[in-house]
Design a protein around this ligand. Structure first.
Ligand code: HEC
Ligand code: HEC
Ligand code: HEC
Ligand code: HEC
Ligand SMILES: [Zn+2]
Length: 440
């Protein structure tokens, strides 16, 4: 099955880099698969060709790389739980932790977001899912939260992995029993021990942005050979050599998998590093075992949405004061426009959610229906005229105008669209060409 998958992926994306490179002169290859800041993104929205991340697709990509490199070291830099703290984020965090336990990581470092739901929540998830956390400077209830480092043997190479969380990232936050020590001293102690135990030392640096990572790599303990850094996503298309030490930075939200190929000489010095950032795309198959977890999340979400009424009721007063009346009301006087609108994808925006099984997902509804959260607007299971991106999403809530056409509808401009067509959901948005198919 792997070989089939691999063929599909490798040929489809021309990722010849996945295969092992032949090595001579006592040299050998060490592959590091790295992720970070996945932010409990269970599945991306799929709103455009770039938004195809998610746990299940990412798992396939990792499996393919591991099939080609069974000795790869697999690490995460931290922030695997959600950056937000709502009910839905809690569910996502729980499923993300379950997936992280199942993925077979060698080491997972802690980020500040991993404490967003408190120490007990994290501790419990780590325990029940058996997540191999390492951290040299997070202290909880008076003792280290996790081992400072780990050494794994990969085809005769002893690979040490150490991690830390930059205390500056949690300054001023209430961390409920968690004490993040300034990392310098602890890291020095851990790496001097690792220097004795390991042939190659990798540091998982939850440090801040890419510049912070470079600054750290320039003056970190000498035993460290490779810095894998992360926090809020950034990118290093190539491995960067910072004062003789290699550095890469993770990308966010389960949309890419990093793969760093190191060449070691006979004394285990890293003599070359080649970085590959593999995108999770629409073509990437969903890993079946992980998809079971994803489905479990959706089932839990549907329950919570029902029980806790997570969909916003139509209670807010719309700007301008007039309420929504629905597209069929407009059609009473504007049949030709309605006919034209019917032929646009705006009139099928709700069906797109239904096709994806996400029509009750609070994170999706807002841009795929009419008047979500506002008086006269969308209510789940009711008012079909408020499904889809209806007339009033562009022309504004129409109660006033529909009663008395002398009351004009507000003018339309680019901002009317970019409320929904933002950089995340519609990266190819450009006003003039996008206006053409929607003009009546
Ligand atoms: C009772 C009939 C009627 C209804 C219902 C109605 N309109 Fe109109 N609409 C008109 C008339 C008449 C005009 C032309 C007004 C003018 O030229 O002064 C108009 C003009 C417009 C215009 C042109 C700009 C403007 O505001 O004059 C837009 C846009 C528009 N309507 C959108 C809508 C939308 C959206 C709805 C539903 C919320 C809607 N209409 C409901 C009768 C109606
Ligand atoms: C309430 C949110 C919302 C607003 C406002 C909105 N759109 Fe959209 N638009 C969508 C959604 C959602 C889709 C995708 C529908 C689908 O396929 O399910 C879409 C699709 C489109 C498409 C089709 C793209 C394609 O490749 O198929 C065009 C073109 C478009 N919108 C133009 C516009 C323009 C121009 C405006 C402003 C005048 C606008 N939209 C305002 C949400 C919105
Ligand atoms: C901020 C507004 C916004 C939110 C929130 C949003 N979407 Fe969309 N969605 C859009 C827009 C805009 C498009 C059209 C993009 C384009 O064609 O440029 C779109 C398109 C789509 C499409 C059609 C893609 C295609 O290939 O035709 C699907 C499916 C979709 N969204 C699913 C979702 C799901 C699932 C969620 C929740 C996780 C979601 N959307 C949340 C704005 C949004
Ligand atoms: C994606 C945004 C969008 C949606 C949805 C939309 N319109 Fe429009 N509509 C426009 C734009 C753009 C114009 C051009 C006028 C302007 O720039 O203000 C327009 C113009 C109009 C006009 C003025 C006459 C004309 O044809 O130019 C009417 C009437 C109208 N729309 C009715 C409707 C009705 C009824 C619906 C729902 C069935 C609807 N519109 C849905 C964007 C939209
Ligand atoms: Zn972080």
């Amino acid at each position: 099955m792997y070989s089939q998958l691999r063929t599909a992926l490798v040929c489809g994306l021309a990722l010849c880099a996945l295969s092992a490179s032949p090595q001579g002169n006592g040299r050998r290859e060490l592959v590091i698969i790295y992720t970070g800041d996945s932010g409990a993104e269970v599945e991306s929205c799929g709103c455009n060709l770039l938004a195809y991340g998610g746990l299940a697709r990412r798992a396939t990509l990792v499996n393919v790389i591991r099939a080609a490199h069974p000795d790869a070291v697999f690490v995460d830099v931290g922030d695997f739980l959600s950056p937000n703290v709502g009910e839905q984020d809690r569910l996502k965090s729980e499923i993300s932790a379950e997936a992280y336990g199942a993925f077979g990581y060698d080491a997972v470092n802690l980020g500040e977001d991993d404490f967003n739901f408190g120490l007990d929540f994290l501790k419990n998830l780590v325990e029940i899912n058996d997540i191999p956390i390492i951290s040299s400077n997070v202290v909880a209830e008076g003792k280290p939260f996790a081992p400072a480092f780990k050494v794994v043997d990969r085809a005769g190479v002893k690979v040490g992995v150490v991690g830390f969380l930059n205390a500056e990232l949690v300054a001023g936050k209430d961390f409920r029993g968690v004490d993040v020590k300034p990392h310098k001293k602890n890291l020095k102690a851990a790496t001097s021990e690792l220097g004795r135990q390991a042939d190659v030392v990798i540091c998982l640096a939850h440090i801040g942005n890419v510049d912070k990572a470079r600054a750290f790599a320039a003056k970190c303990p000498k035993e460290i050979d490779v810095v894998v850094a992360g926090h809020r996503g950034g990118q290093t298309p190539q491995a960067e050599n910072v004062k003789g030490r290699w550095m890469v930075y993770t990308r966010s939200r389960n949309r890419h998998v990093g793969m760093l190929k190191l060449t070691l000489d006979e004394e285990f010095n890293v003599v070359a590093a080649e970085n590959h950032v593999l995108p999770v795309t629409r073509e990437t198959a969903k890993d079946e075992a992980t998809q079971v977890l994803v489905e479990k999340y959706y089932a839990a979400l549907r329950k919570v949405v029902d029980e806790k009424k997570l969909l916003k009721p139509p209670e807010d007063v719309p700007p301008g004061g007039f309420i929504y009346v629905g597209s069929s009301r407009c059609a009473e006087c504007h049949a030709p426009q309605k006919k034209q609108w019917r032929g646009t994808t705006h009139a099928a925006a709700y069906a797109s959610l239904e096709d994806a099984g996400r029509e009750t997902d609070p994170e999706c509804i807002g841009c795929h229906v009419t008047g979500y959260g506002f008086r006269g607007g969308f209510v789940a299971g009711q008012k079909p005229a408020r499904l889809n991106v209806g007339c009033e999403e562009c022309h504004g809530p129409g109660e006033g105008h529909a009663q008395s056409p002398a009351i004009k509808t507000p003018p339309i401009n680019e901002k009317t669209c970019t409320r929904c067509h933002d950089a995340e959901r519609s990266p190819s948005f450009d006003y003039a060409p996008y206006l053409e198919p929607v003009s009546h």
